[in-house]
Ligand binder design. Structure first.
Ligand code: CP
Length: 311
């Protein structure tokens, strides 16, 4: 098989900037990195001498640490400062921080920020040729999560055209949902079902080209992939927060509800999970769950993204 041409991209700020060839290329590269890691080939020299800055202005367990591991596996000089101890406490702006790190020779920034379009803004204001990877901006985009989710779906389902993907939970505040919907559409998935209470369903569902359901019977029937989402408490006012017990009774992914989907449906969750709220433990840890595979794929996908942007 001939190797596909490397896509010519400098930044990854939104799934909407990608095309099907670029996504396929990144999934192929990530699968190769995963095979290398699984065969104990842990450290590669690809990014030797490059400097990667992982700057997180919001909490994270998976993305932050997987960017660091991915950069180190490719031999990049990697910094991951605690932003709560940085000069932002003295009033330094995001842009001054970025320009300072650029002056130190940073080649790639992975940035998580609570403001929508923060990564896009930084990418447009750089002094030099550094690359920006959006590691999550507000409720807008989380493209590396969408890419690792697509990689996971491809591993289990082999294709995207003839799939029904159901996304369950707080969709209106979810950058994961927004990015995944964009990615699925690029890959050719037309049956995208959103299952959410009316106040947590996206207002722009029609323009997103998805179907919204507020019950599981219709939404989950014939689903091949079920993605459960956390309630994004940090993006809600106190008054908006649902009663979690009531929410679980109406919208929690239980084993009984999962049985409405196809018997070989896979269960995904980007994490962190609130067990007993949006998902039950016997589903999260059950035979259909691929949640920890998503985590493993996250490192391989971030290796693929960083290598593609920097080499
Ligand atoms: N999926 C995800 O973004 O998780 P973290 O917030 O732990 O990075």
């Amino acid at each position: 098989m001939t190797k596909k041409a490397k896509p010519d991209i400098n930044h990854l700020v939104s799934m909407e900037t990608l095309d099907i060839d670029t996504i396929n290329y990144l999934m192929d590269e990530a699968d190769n990195f995963l095979k290398k890691t699984l065969s104990k080939e842990h450290i590669l020299d690809t990014l030797k001498g490059k400097v990667v800055a992982v700057l997180f202005y919001e909490s994270s367990t998976r993305s932050r640490n997987s960017f660091v591991i991915a950069a180190k596996r490719l031999s990049a000089i990697t910094i991951n400062p605690d932003m709560n101890l940085s000069a932002i406490l003295k009033g330094e702006s995001l842009l001054d921080t970025i320009h300072t790190f650029e002056a130190m020779g940073v080649d790639l920034f992975a940035i998580r920020h609570p403001d929508n379009n923060a990564a896009q803004f930084v990418a447009s204001e750089l002094n030099g040729p550094a690359s920006i990877v959006n590691a999550g901006d507000g409720d807008n985009q989380h493209p590396t999560q969408a890419l690792l989710d697509l990689m996971t779906i491809r591993q289990y389902k082999s294709q995207f055209n003839d799939l029904t993907v159901a996304i369950v939970g707080d969709i209106s505040h979810s950058r994961v949902a927004r990015s995944l919907i964009a990615g699925l559409k690029i890959m050719g998935t037309t049956q995208i079902h959103l299952i959410a209470p009316p106040d947590l369903a996206p207002e722009d569902a029609e323009s997103l080209g998805v179907k919204v359901f507020n019950n599981f019977e219709e939404g989950l029937s014939s689903a091949d992939v079920v993605v459960a989402l956390r309630i994004q408490k940090e993006r809600m006012q106190e008054a908006q927060l649902p009663d979690f017990e009531k929410y679980h009774n109406e919208f929690g992914l239980t084993a009984e509800r999962l049985a409405l989907a196809k018997s070989d449906a896979i269960v995904m969750h980007p994490g962190p999970m609130n067990r007993g709220v949006e998902i039950d433990s016997n589903v999260a840890d059950g035979p259909q769950s691929v949640i920890l595979q998503q985590v493993q794929n996250g490192i391989a996908m971030r290796m693929a993204v960083m290598e593609t942007l920097l080499i």
